[in-house]
Design a protein around this ligand. Structure first.
Ligand code: BG6
Length: 509
């Protein structure tokens, strides 16, 4: 569904994209901004400047971006692009060098001579994570940030804003994430920092809030008394492809579980917020992330599973990909188990799993309810041998939807029981035109709405939750995982064993 016009419109601003030559900029960011413009959501005065080191003219960059938008944007229209592209510019500079900012500031004045954008600037760091801190420091010394930490001294009527959008991975571990947060806080107020996570822009992830808080039938059973366990999975069929340089330093646990799946977890597990406001939602997400029980040292090994894909027809084993360090122990599959120490969830485990080159693309949340307290149907034919608990599957990809499984009587004489399903296909229900997830997030940042962005403490809490597993992985690097699962499988045997130890299994519905 294309996004509805937000109640509070976006402020006009200059969008400065650092990393203009990167893949993210061409495949996602410019197509997303174009789509928002095409839908009438981008303020007409908006200017976009791509900054990178290579020399290039505006027209050369526009042409590169046009070709990419034609391929990646929904409803690409040549005339609409032409009108959008008039507000797209390129500036060659090294964003880590403080001296280069005088040139950027001059360029901003030149492309917006009457200051239609009123000094508002949205910086987007679409660069290697190692550059986040140096760029933030350099931006901080420039004349461009007039608000940031100093905002309270300015006349409120004439206030502009400068905000920064920062991509994942946010840090490499708990310590580096906290350090990066400190660096950002030197330049920007927390309300001006937009830590982006594209999973929060996914409709099904957002719809968990509606499912839980705009209905009455789910919330009363959304707790440890009724929920046996929850599974949060992001299984991909794609391999690492051309992202080896990044991935070999990162692995599945950091790349997917610490970031995206923790966000999904927070939406599923949080308490109802006081209001549906950014502040209230962030407060509840933060609370539940901080309620994750640090896994005890003695339980770590039994509560996780790691894997690395081997070779198969048309699939090079991960270790043999060009650029992967010889004998790399980076995991392309990770599964972990976490428990939450609060009144709602005590005793209900949450299982997380993510991997590359798996059998199916399957991004989902499975809420497995407990079996009925008393089985009145003992001896009645049932495919699982006994009456099973209800199961709610929220399907994020590839087909957005929901499935509720419940037991039914097979028609005919006598009683036979079989699980049956109620399915909703969101695309059939609401139409199938989707926009690039980054678009609505850009608009939210221009409106100053942080609902779908991560607070600093939440990011740090998510790192704290996975650190025991990261440490285990590093300490256990000698434990070979190379090629311990075949491409197009469901991951290493250890992942099944992790569930089997608890008498459970990953969802196959
Ligand atoms: C990215 C990860 O953040 O998310 C990738 O770096 C992963 O490794 C991707 O493939 C998955 O996103 P989606 O939207 O396809 O589930």
């Amino acid at each position: 569904m294309p996004p509805a016009k937000p109640v509070v419109a976006a402020d006009p601003s200059v969008v400065v994209i650092f990393g203009a030559s990167g893949d993210l900029t061409s495949r996602k960011l410019l197509p997303a901004l174009y789509e928002m413009d095409h839908l009438g959501l981008l303020p007409k005065a908006t200017r976009i400047i791509g900054v990178a080191r290579r020399d290039k003219t505006d027209d050369e960059w526009r042409e590169e971006m046009r070709a990419s938008a034609a391929e990646h944007a929904t409803n690409f229209d040549a005339a609409a692009w032409q009108s959008f592209a008039k507000r797209v510019f390129y500036h060659a500079a090294d964003a880590t060098v403080a001296d280069d900012y005088a040139g950027i500031a001059q360029r901003i004045k030149a492309i917006d001579p009457t200051s239609e954008t009123k000094g508002n600037i949205l910086f987007f760091l679409s660069v290697a994570p190692s550059l986040y801190a140096p760029i933030t420091r350099a931006v901080g010394t420039s004349e461009l940030v007039v608000e940031g930490r100093r905002w309270c001294t300015l006349d409120p009527a004439n206030r502009s804003w400068q905000r920064v959008v920062i991509e994942k991975p946010f840090g490499h571990d708990a310590t580096s994430a906290a350090e990066l947060n400190r660096e950002l806080a030197q330049v920007f107020d927390e309300t001006a920092i937009f830590r982006i996570d594209h999973y929060l822009a996914k409709d099904v992830v957002q719809s968990t809030q509606v499912l839980r808080f705009a209905n009455t039938i789910f919330e009363p059973v959304w707790n440890h008394r009724y929920v046996d366990h929850v599974q949060i999975s992001a299984c991909e069929t794609l391999g690492v492809e051309d992202r080896v340089a990044f991935y070999d330093q990162t692995g599945a646990l950091r790349d997917m579980i610490q970031s995206h799946l923790m966000q999904v977890f927070a939406f599923i597990a949080m308490e109802p917020p006081a209001r549906m406001s950014a502040q209230d939602i962030q407060a509840e997400k933060l609370k539940v992330v901080r309620s994750i029980r640090p896994v005890a040292a003695g339980d770590v090994t039994e509560s996780c599973a790691f894997g690395q894909y081997g070779g198969g027809p048309e699939c090079t084993p991960y270790v043999d990909l060009p650029g992967v360090a010889k004998g790399s122990t980076t995991e392309t599959f990770a599964a972990i188990r976490l428990e939450v120490d609060n009144w709602r969830w005590a005793g209900t485990p949450f299982y997380f799993r993510s991997g590359k080159r798996l059998a199916e693309k399957r991004t989902e949340v499975v809420v497995q309810f407990k079996e009925p307290a008393a089985d009145l149907f003992t001896g009645v034919p049932h495919p699982h041998g006994r009456v099973s608990g209800n199961r709610l599957v929220l399907r994020i990809a590839p087909q957005e939807g929901a499935r509720l499984t419940f037991s039914s009587k097979v028609p005919g004489q006598g009683i036979q029981i079989r699980p049956t399903h109620m399915d909703v296909d969101f695309q059939k229900e609401f139409g199938s035109e989707t926009v690039e997830a980054y678009g609505p997030l850009f608009i939210d940042a221009m409106r100053g709405d942080q609902t779908l962005f991560k607070h600093r403490l939440e990011v740090e809490g998510a790192w704290d939750a996975v650190m025991p597993y990261i440490d285990e992985r590093s300490a256990d690097a000698r434990k070979a995982i190379a090629s311990n699962y075949a491409p197009a499988s469901w991951g290493p045997a250890a992942a099944e064993a992790l569930m089997a130890r608890d008498g459970r299994a990953w969802n196959t519905d």
